[in-house]
Design a protein around this ligand. Sequence first.
Ligand SMILES: C[S@@+](CC[C@H](N)C(=O)[O-])C[C@H]1O[C@@H](n2cnc3c(N)ncnc32)[C@H](O)[C@@H]1O
Length: 292
Amino acid sequence: MASISHIQRDWPQDADAILSANNQRPPMSLRVNGQQFSREAYLAELMATNITAIADPISPSGLRLTSPTQVSQLPAFHTGGVSVQDTAAQLAAGLLDPQPGDRVLDACAAPGGKTMHLLEYEPDIAELVALDIDETRLKKVNENLQRLGKTDKTRLLTGDASKPDMWWDQKAFNRILLDAPCSALGVIRRHPDIKRLRQADDIPALATRQAQLLKAMWPLLAKGGYMLYATCSVMKIENEYCIEAFIRQTEDAHPVTIPATWGRASGHGRQILPGESDMDGFFYALIQKASE
Ligand SMILES: C[S@@+](CC[C@H](N)C(=O)[O-])C[C@H]1O[C@@H](n2cnc3c(N)ncnc32)[C@H](O)[C@@H]1O
């Protein structure tokens, strides 16, 4: 399996822990929609239906179920009161921190977990454009938004983020989430097939794609705006090194240090290794565009 040697090379001290975490069963984590419930109120709803959970130690809107259950059993699931999402993925909205009146781009949006969270996090954003290259996957975003009942501020677009000339209306975005396609080596515990499917050649090819996406998205960001780059990978070529090269090549791009207790600093970003605080493996880097 190509991925073992890659993990051992990038994380020699942590490789055993990563490989062991990849074989563990992940918790079923929930994100409570703060527009509908406080976390405590939702916890009480769960208890009333005999579902036990604990408050997530990392994500302020998160809960972890003691044992997995059908989503249809979760109170208010069908009305967008709660969604299933790993803790690590729940960190994106708070890191991007959209403000009232912002125009936001979710550049690789499907199936829409983070799209929904951005809308829950700041309902007074001006507009959220949810883009994905895959029209079929984009339908999933639409289904999720219907569940939330919030479709008025969201524009769904099928398009290639690396070719904005094909779909961009030339109006800058204040915030961009680039949740890039990646090797997914941080989420093997949820998708064990990745062990078998991931080929050694995929990783440099993905890194090239990620660099293209960063470069293509940058002109769409308003001066002073923020881009959050995310992957569910643990490969430095897709994460730390990719961002390092982008910052080096982009004069008006300034990395913002993420002040966090979770994960570890990795170059200009922050890396969560699989199983740390029982989270999926994830990488985040926040970049600000110079104001002048
Ligand atoms: C990691 S997933 C996104 C997960 C999503 N942000 C969420 O939280 O539910 C990456 C997505 O990028 C999309 N994608 C891949 N290449 C793309 C491109 N060039 N332009 C736009 N979307 C792309 C894939 O179809 C896939 O849905």
